[in-house]
Design a protein around this ligand. Structure first.
Ligand code: PMV
Ligand code: MG
Length: 333
């Protein structure tokens, strides 16, 4: 029995803007994991603790469709590499939720990367993080996912990273026209870079306990995204990344505050009541807090620059019913 794991992700900055090509976002890897156990079997048997039944790979099943598609894409890749396809049993556990409510740290992206990793381990092949990212993005693009693919970049690389987006329509077009190996071999035009910082920063994640569907949020907010939002967000995200790398604390704070304000102005649905409270909790402390990702629920994040501020922020979050999901040194992520 082979075991593999994948974690989650959260946007620190650049959400929504990252939906347009050549924008940059900063994402944090969240070490809360899903697990897969895979073993060769005489027939396909796939089960996830999300559902009360298992499935195979040929009987269409709406719940398992994403998993089935991921298996199909990986098998197409394996075939192209000259491997003989073998059935397996796959068990997925550790749904990224609490009390039946999803945490909003990237469960669909995580499950795709998880299955790819499980099959990579089963076939004992060498797949780079970059190829893992491309395969996962391929699965999601093929399924018509409307996300930026920043989630799968972060989950595949398991690191704090700067992700510069590619033209998804152009790649979708390639997928329709060309076989998988050709699409994988082409340059999609994205960039992924690990980010490190010498600053002593506490990275805190607050969960609103309200679930939000990114796909729906995107549909609602997308029309408000204009070139001013894009250029202002991008320049602040780049400034934020440089400031983390050079250790300019003040610039980290001001750029993150500006990015938060830009999001607030983009659409009123992003900062719902709980996310407003999550942010307000940072007032007069040495920290910055903001909504993370699509907003409208799920999680918010904070960067805190001293222990007392972290403590105060956590107290305020607790009083407001915001659950602390993670507190970690940013440089460890
Ligand atoms: O809420 P999340 O963590 O799924 O993030 C969504 C971020 C968006 O930029 C709004 C969409 C995307 O896929 O990048
Ligand atoms: Mg979300």
């Amino acid at each position: 029995m082979i075991e593999v794991k994948t974690g989650g992700k959260l946007y620190i900055a650049g959400e929504y803007a990252i939906l347009a090509p050549q924008q940059t976002a900063l994402l944090a890897f969240i070490p809360i994991y899903m697990t897969a156990h895979i073993t060769p079997n005489h027939r396909y048997q796939i089960s996830s603790d999300m559902f009360s039944y298992s499935c195979d790979v040929i009987t269409p099943d709406a719940n398992y469709a994403l998993i089935q598609e991921t298996v199909a894409v990986m098998e197409e890749y394996l075939l192209a590499c000259g491997y003989a396809i073998r059935p397996f049993s796959l068990i997925i556990t550790g749904k990224l939720e609490r009390d039946g409510v999803k945490l909003g740290i990237g469960s669909s992206g995580s499950v795709v990367v998880l299955i790819l990793k499980a099959m990579v381990a089963l076939y004992q092949i060498d797949v780079s993080e970059d190829l893992l990212f491309k395969l996962a993005a391929y699965v999601l693009l093929k399924r018509g996912d409307n996300g930026s693919m920043g989630d799968v970049a972060c989950i595949a690389y398991e690191s704090l990273l700067a992700y510069t987006s590619f033209d998804r329509e152009a790649v979708r077009h390639q997928i329709a026209l060309h076989p998988l190996p050709k699409v994988l071999a082409s340059d999609w035009g994205y960039s992924i870079r690990r980010v490190t910082t010498s600053l002593d920063i506490d990275f805190l994640v607050g969960w609103t306990k309200q679930s939000s569907i990114s796909k729906e949020m995107i549909k609602c907010v997308k029309k408000a995204i204009d070139t001013t939002f894009l250029s202002e967000t991008d320049s602040q995200v780049l400034r934020l990344i440089t400031s983390l790398e050079t250790g300019d604390k003040l610039a980290v704070k001001t750029s993150l505050e500006t990015i938060s304000t830009l999001l607030e102005q983009l659409s009123p649905v992003i900062y719902n009541e709980q996310l407003k409270r999550l942010k307000m909790a940072s007032v007069d402390l040495d920290c910055v807090a903001k909504s993370s990702g699509a907003g409208g629920g799920d999680c918010g994040i904070a960067l805190s620059f001293d222990a007392l501020s972290s403590k105060k922020l956590m107290e305020r979050w607790r009083e407001d019913g915001i659950v602390l999901l993670l507190k970690e040194r940013l440089s460890f992520l």
